[in-house]
Design a binder for this molecule. Structure first.
Ligand SMILES: Nc1ncnc2c1ncn2[C@@H]1O[C@H](COP(=O)(O)OP(=O)(O)O)[C@@H](O)[C@H]1O
Ligand SMILES: [Mg+2]
Length: 463
C-alpha cells in the first residue's frame, strides 16, 4: 500500500499537478518547465509536453526550451518540425547538443548521410556529446552493405534535463548530494561586499560563537542570495562551504521536484537531518523559489503542507542545529512566501550583482589560469564586457580557446591566447543579465515595501 495521499490532493490521477502549480507561479523558470516537460514525455504525454514547452517559448525564447521541443518532436515522430528547430540551434552558441539531436531526427527521417554529417560536427564542437549507440546506428546506416533496419527503434531515453523519476517513491536516508568543496572565497572573483556579508552573517557566528553570545547577538537563521543568473550564487555557496571546511549539502531544483513525487514532508526532513549529521555543514537550497513560493499564489493546497514543513525545519535549525549554515539562492525572490523572511529563517537577503570591471578582470584571469597565454590585458577585456555575468565571461574564455584550438589543428602550430583573441570572443558573446534586470526593476520600484530590495534599487540607481 502506498502511504495515504494528502487529504487535500485534488486530482490524485494527475501526478503533475504540483509541478504545474509551481510553474504557474514561476512561469519563466526554465529548469522547472524543462523538468515538467521531461516528466510528461517520460510518462508518454508528448502532446502535453509539447504545449508546456511552446507556452514557455512565448515567454522566454530560451534555447534549452527549443532543444526540448525538438526532442519532443522526435518522440512524436514530427521529424521535420524538429529538424527546423535543430538547424537554427546549430547556428547558435551551443551547437553540439542540437547537432546530435539533428542527427537523430535526420536518421529517423531516412537521411542517414546528413545525419552522420551533423553528428560529426556535433562531436567536433563538443566531444562530450558523443553517443556510442547513435554512432553505431549511423555507421550501420551509412554503410552500403548494411541491411534495411528502418524499423529498429532508436533509443532516446536520455532525458534532456537530467534525471527522470516516476511514481511515488521513498527517498533514501541521505537524499542530498554531499561534497567537500575545494574552492574558497579566493576562487570567487571580486564580490568583496557579498563575501563580507556572508562572513558577518553566517561564517563568524559559526567560528566565533562565543563572541556572538557574549554580545547577545542571536545565532541562526539563513541567508538568501538573489540576483541575475550566472553571477555566482551557486558558486559562492559552494565556496562558503570550502571557506569554513564544511560539508556542502546541496539540494537542487531536481531534488526538490523529485521530492514531490514521494512523501515530500518526510523527504524534506531527511535533507535537514542529513545536514545535521554532517556538521559543520552548509545546507544549500538552489532555485529555492520552486519550493518556497508564495502560498497565496497557490490556488490548490497540495503545496502548502510542503511549505509549512520547510518553515518548521528552518525553525528547528535555530534551536537544535549549531554548525549548520543554511543558504538558498533564487533568481526570483519576489515569488517567495514572505514567511520565509521572518527572523530565524531566511532573514538575511543578499543581492549578488553582476561583476564590476575589477571583478570581471579577476574572473577572466581565474578562468584563463593554466592556459597558454601571451601577456593578456585583463582590464582591457573587462572594459569591453560590461553587463557580462561570470558565466558569460567563462563562455568568452571557452570560445577563445576553441577558436585557438581550431587554428592550431589547421596549422599544426599551437599559439598562446592573446588579448585580441579574447576581445574577439567577447564581441560574439551577448551579455545575459539585461533581461533579468528588466524584470527586477519593476519589483525594486513597486514591490520594495519592507526595503528588501534596497541593494537592488541602489544598484539600479533608483534611489
Ligand atoms: N565571481 C565569480 N568568480 C569566478 N567564477 C564565476 C563568478 N561568478 C560566476 N562564475 C562562473 O560562472 C558559473 C556560473 O555561476 P553560478 O554560480 O552557477 O551562477 P548562478 O547560481 O548565480 O546562476 C560558475 O560555475 C563559475 O564558473
Ligand atoms: Mg545557480
Amino acid at each position: 500500500m502506498f502511504p495515504a495521499p494528502i487529504q487535500t490532493m485534488p486530482t490524485p490521477e494527475d501526478p503533475f499537478a504540483p509541478l504545474r502549480e509551481s510553474l504557474a507561479v514561476s512561469p519563466t523558470n526554465v529548469p522547472l518547465r524543462l523538468h515538467l516537460a521531461d516528466s510528461l514525455l517520460a510518462a508518454g504525454r508528448g502532446d502535453d509536453a509539447e504545449s508546456t514547452l511552446k507556452d514557455g517559448l512565448t515567454r522566454t525564447p530560451d534555447p534549452r526550451l527549443k532543444l526540448a521541443l525538438a526532442r519532443t518532436y522526435l518522440k512524436q515522430g514530427k521529424y521535420s518540425a524538429g529538424i527546423v528547430i535543430c538547424e537554427k540551434l546549430a547556428q547558435g552558441d551551443n551547437p553540439a547538443p542540437a547537432l546530435v539531436l539533428l542527427a537523430r531526427l535526420l536518421l529517423r527521417s531516412g537521411e542517414a548521410d546528413r545525419a552522420a554529417e551533423a553528428y560529426r560536427k556535433g562531436v567536433i564542437a563538443d566531444p562530450s556529446v558523443a553517443d556510442e549507440e547513435l554512432a553505431g546506428q549511423l555507421d550501420a546506416e551509412t554503410n552500403l552493405d548494411a541491411g534495411n533496419d528502418e524499423d529498429e527503434p532508436i533509443d532516446d531515453r536520455t532525458p534532456f534535463s537530467g534525471r527522470v523519476r516516476e511514481g511515488p517513491m521513498e527517498m533514501p536516508d541521505d537524499p542530498a548530494e554531499i561534497e567537500q568543496p575545494q574552492i574558497t572565497f579566493a576562487d570567487v572573483g571580486g564580490m568583496e561586499p557579498v563575501k563580507e556579508e556572508i562572513r558577518l552573517k553566517i561564517i563568524y557566528p559559526l567560528t566565533h560563537a562565543d563572541l556572538y553570545k557574549a554580545y547577545g547577538k542571536p545565532i541562526g537563521g539563513g541567508l538568501l542570495l538573489y540576483g541575475p543568473p550566472g553571477c555566482g550564487k551557486t558558486f559562492l555557496a559552494r565556496a562558503t562551504a570550502g571557506e569554513v571546511s564544511a560539508a556542502f549539502v546541496a539540494v537542487g531544483l531536481h531534488d526538490i521536484l523529485n521530492m514531490w513525487f514521494g512523501n515530500t514532508e518526510k523527504n524534506l526532513h531527511k535533507v535537514f537531518d542529513q545536514a545535521r549529521r554532517n556538521r559543520p555543514s552548509v545546507l544549500f537550497f538552489d532555485e529555492v523559489d520552486a519550493i518556497a513560493a508564495s502560498r497565496a499564489d497557490f490556488k490548490q493546497s497540495t503545496v502548502r503542507p510542503v511549505i509549512n514543513q520547510f518553515l518548521a525545519e528552518l525553525d528547528g535549525m535555530q534551536t537544535s542545529n549549531e554548525g549548520v549554515l543554511v543558504m538558498a539562492a533564487t533568481n526570483a525572490p519576489w515569488h517567495m512566501d514572505t514567511a520565509f523572511r521572518r527572523p530565524g529563517r531566511f532573514d538575511r537577503v543578499v543581492f549578488v550583482p553582476p561583476p564590476d570591471s575589477a571583478a570581471r578582470a579577476l574572473i577572466l584571469k581565474l578562468h584563463c589560469a593554466g592556459k597558454p597565454l601571451s601577456n593578456v590585458d585583463y582590464s582591457a577585456i573587462a572594459q569591453a564586457t560590461a553587463e557580462f555575468s561570470g558565466a558569460d565571461l567563462k563562455a568568452v574564455v571557452d570560445r577563445a580557446i576553441e577558436a585557438k584550438l581550431q587554428e592550431a589543428v589547421k596549422t599544426g602550430i599551437p599559439k598562446p591566447l592573446t588579448t585580441k583573441d579574447l576581445l574577439t570572443a567577447a564581441t560574439q558573446q551577448k551579455p545575459s543579465t539585461r533581461e533579468w534586470f528588466a524584470d527586477a526593476r519593476n519589483y525594486a520600484l513597486y514591490a520594495n515595501d519592507g526595503g528588501q530590495y534596497d541593494d537592488l534599487a541602489k544598484y539600479l540607481k533608483l534611489r
